[in-house]
Design a protein around this ligand. Structure first.
Ligand SMILES: *[C@@H]1O[C@H](CO)[C@@H](O)[C@H](O)[C@H]1NC(C)=O
Ligand SMILES: *[C@@H]1O[C@H](CO)[C@@H](O)[C@H](O)[C@H]1NC(C)=O
Length: 360
């Protein structure tokens, strides 16, 4: 470690020496130390990146500037027997580790002046940019904005600001500060090419039986979306607005139960409007399922497999992708009584989680 450290020093001295020769401006003691603020007789008892002995504060300053992840340092007040000072480079600063900062008779503490006053919010790292005398903030996953002052609007927003954000629960605020309250969602940070997928679950994800409801839309399943802090559809509505794409899987397995034909089944959009297209088709394809787009339904003249309405189990499924209609608020089915041959007509519905991704 000492060897590596010495090598870094050497490299530094060489760089600065080189700069002198070619006439570039080189850091003088005043300027460089000026980029750090000293707090005399204080010590930050925190994770060290590395330590070494140096000739003076200036050398410790250069050492920190040239070391990735050095955000402040402690330097001994008194030299050792060889006349050198212990210089400890730290992976954090007094703002993030306030409780580890204390008065100390044998150390001075230095931190980058540009990060004075902890400009970065919500636990973000203030990364000094010495050359430009400024800083930038590395947000904690979940926060966005120049100084990490806001919750991410969506999981894609979060991912775009913290590329290493892992999948898990996050609090998002789709319509930004003010407006509707933030709420908790699951962020899948690996799906869809790792763009950050916002996933909202609900109480109707299981495969559910529809039986004994004969009239059009007489079976009603209201879908309630789940997430801490999520209490109204209005909160959820901001999510598709802030996202490039949204989708929700929908499936109906039927046994003699008509789907879209004759208006037996439909679903409600987030504006509570009756929707008469099925998964796998664009919203303009009224009364159509995926098979109806290319004439591949059980009866090629019909829009859906289930519309064949015979005594054979059939399926219509696919993704709903028109984000102005999503998420699904209600499912309505009918034609699950008995047919002319005395067969017990029935069906099963399955509705996937609501997912949005990309930045609008
Ligand atoms: C100052 O910090 C050093 C290094 O952690 C420690 O050994 C020493 O006890 C501290 N001195 C005081 C007076 O706190
Ligand atoms: C119709 O489209 C579906 C998927 O979109 C495909 O699987 C099927 O092979 C197509 N059928 C015909 C007859 O083109």
């Amino acid at each position: 470690m000492v060897f590596v450290t010495s090598m870094i020093f050497l490299a530094f001295h060489m760089i600065f020496a080189e700069e002198k020769h070619v006439g570039h401006p080189c850091p003088t003691a005043d300027v460089t130390i000026g980029k750090f603020k000293a707090i005399p007789f204080h010590y930050l008892w925190a994770e060290k990146v590395t330590s070494s002995v140096v000739n003076d504060e200036l050398e410790c300053t250069f050492f920190c500037i040239g070391t990735l992840k050095c955000y402040s340092f402690n330097i001994a007040v008194y030299p050792d027997s060889e006349g050198l000072y212990l210089c400890e480079l730290l992976a954090t600063d007094k703002y993030r580790e306030t409780e580890k900062f204390s008065v100390n008779s044998t150390f001075h503490y230095y931190f980058p002046r540009s990060c004075e006053g902890a400009p970065c919010k919500n636990g973000a790292v203030c990364v000094p940019e010495y050359k430009r005398n400024t800083y930038h903030c590395e947000c904690k996953p979940g926060y966005v904005g120049t100084i990490c002052e806001q919750r991410g609007k969506t999981c894609s927003d979060i991912k775009s600001h913290s590329s290493r954000a892992a999948s898990g629960s996050y609090v998002i605020d789709p319509d930004g500060e003010g407006g509707y309250e933030p709420f908790t969602v699951f962020c899948d940070m690996t799906d869809k090419n790792r763009v950050g997928v916002t996933v909202v679950g609900h109480d109707s994800e299981e495969r559910m039986l529809v039986d004994g409801y004969d009239d059009e839309g007489s079976y009603v399943r209201c879908v309630h979306y789940a997430g801490a802090g999520l209490s109204s559809v209005a909160q959820l509505a901001g999510l598709p607005v802030a996202s490039a794409h949204c989708e929700q899987f929908i499936k109906y397995e039927c046994y003699g139960s008509l789907l879209l034909l004759d208006g037996f089944a439909w679903w409600h959009s987030r504006n509570d409007e009756a929707m008469k297209y099925w998964g796998g088709v664009a919203s303009s394809n009224i009364n159509k399922c995926a098979c109806g787009l290319n004439g591949s339904c059980a009866d090629p003249n019909l829009g859906c497999n289930c519309d064949t309405n015979d005594g054979v189990w059939r399926v219509d499924s696919g993704l709903l992708t028109d984000k102005s209609d999503l998420p699904v608020l209600q499912l309505k089915f009918g034609d699950t009584g008995f047919d002319g041959a005395g067969r017990d007509e029935k069906g099963y519905h399955t509705l996937g989680k609501f997912k949005c991704y990309g930045i609008a």
